[in-house]
Design a binder for this molecule. Sequence first.
Ligand code: GLA
Length: 382
Amino acid sequence: MRDRIPAVAAWAALFALATAPGWAQTAAASKGGRVEKSSFGTTKDGQPVDLYTLTNANGVVARIITYGALLTELHVPDKAGKPADVVLGFKSLDRYEGAHPYFGATIGRVANRIAKGKFKLLGQEYTLATNNGPNHLHGGLKGFDKRVWKAQPVSVGGVPAVRFTYASADMEEGYPGALTATVTYTLTHANELRLEYTAVTDKPTIVNLTNHSYFNLAGDGQGTILDHELTIMADRYTPVDDTLIPTGEIASVRGTVMDFSRATAIGARIKDVPGPAPGGYDHNYVLSHGGGVLAMSAAVRDPQSGRVLEVLTSEPGIQLYTGNFLDGTITGKAGVAYQKHAGFCLETQHFPDSINHPNFPPVVLQPGRTFKSTTVYRFSAR
Ligand code: GLA
């Protein structure tokens, strides 16, 4: 049990409190964590959206809104104890309701791509929206990232946590079955943001849930992530065609620019990544642990700030996406335009287009079964 807050962490806690909106009305900092709820505005169609602020004993702060069960801010200390917000995003709801590349959002019903928006289940063909060239991407035109979720604080023993729930109707976005999904965000006192997903359905359907946070460990708006050193615990990946649909092959990363099995700067070989414009990494890695149990899957370190992000997941794959489509047209929270590679995503998931590849881990969910998935983003500094 922690009985004393180290001086640096206490400073960080005060800093976080002093920068929190409406902090003067909130309870004083305590040794335990806390959850605060405030309004984040109203959607264009009149639905109120709430903001939940989770603060742990070290002053780490995570902010999540009920729109898209979306992580808007995550303040973690560097090696000198100085906090920075390490995720990209916006300050206001209207920006999240506008066009943006899934900043911080929970993605469903099926994350990543489905070729030509078509799949077969129990002999029946389903057609989904093609919202990414010829393919379906991230749940369709109005995926889980654009829905208002219900929220309930579920803290246990002073560890701040909030559960978000979304009930997706039968045939919503073309997917069969009424599906209820939950994602619980827990901010532990070990500086881990833990995301636990569940889903149940009343008819056979397909599910693949992920979080689409863009990280920059130097801080939001602090340039690119090309010098961040990345390790992915994977010897293999799923090569893709020109529309980013897996060919079905499971290829070795050895001796290629895809190999992050040893810590390597993200930018070291990024210009040589094969594939369509605008280039960069946008690939699914086949995690060596195989999925099913929560295990270490990736690590990233920013050499300047010393911030380290470790990703643990129970999913079999991770999409490494290096913000290739960011082109300076979107300005974020810090008032800085997001240029190419301003952030990276590590989207823990089942493989893209799994439903059309019998050799990929299955994404079918049957009634009576519960889909379960856990991902942990663990922060430290060195
Ligand atoms: C995912 C995809 C990328 C891109 C982003 C959003 O990570 O794999 O190709 O579509 O979402 O821009």
